[in-house]
Write a protein of this length. Structure first.
Length: 136
């Protein structure tokens, strides 16, 4: 049976900049949203809060999250093989802390206008566009 891995991305927008991370285990180290796999028994919001903290050091509260209505799909070549991902995103309207590089990820604020020049993980630009639409 073909396994589809459920994942969550967290979108933070501040002054026309988006928080993106470069995960060190990603084969191309493409820029992507903070996030990752949803663990068994975990809600989307719980996974978003956990992944945001694990990849950026920032903390958030579930009351500040808005689940985007879209769901994306991507097949990605990893160092350990090809994986199939379902990708849901949340917009995080408020957070606390300072971004911190971790063993697995290097977060940075990127101007939205510069995103098209970066190598982005699949669906990153589309998810950010949907989230920005919710902010206006």
């Amino acid at each position: 049976m073909h396994e589809i891995i459920p994942t969550v991305g967290v979108i933070l927008v501040r002054e026309n900049r988006v928080l993106l991370v470069r995960k060190k285990n990603h084969p191309r180290q493409a820029y992507q949203l903070p996030g990752g796999q949803i663990e068994s028994g975990e809600t989307l919001e719980d996974a978003a809060i956990r992944e945001l903290y694990e990849t950026t050091g920032l903390t958030a509260d579930a009351t500040q999250l808005t689940v985007l209505p879209n769901e994306w799909h991507a097949v990605i070549e990893k160092s350990y093989g090809t994986k199939d991902f379902n990708f849901k995103c949340v917009l995080c309207r408020a957070y606390e802390g300072d971004i911190t590089e971790t063993e697995s990820a290097a977060p940075s604020w990127v101007e939205r206008s510069e995103m098209q020049e970066l190598e982005l993980a699949p669906n990153t630009q589309e998810a950010v566009d949907v989230a920005v639409g919710l902010l206006t």
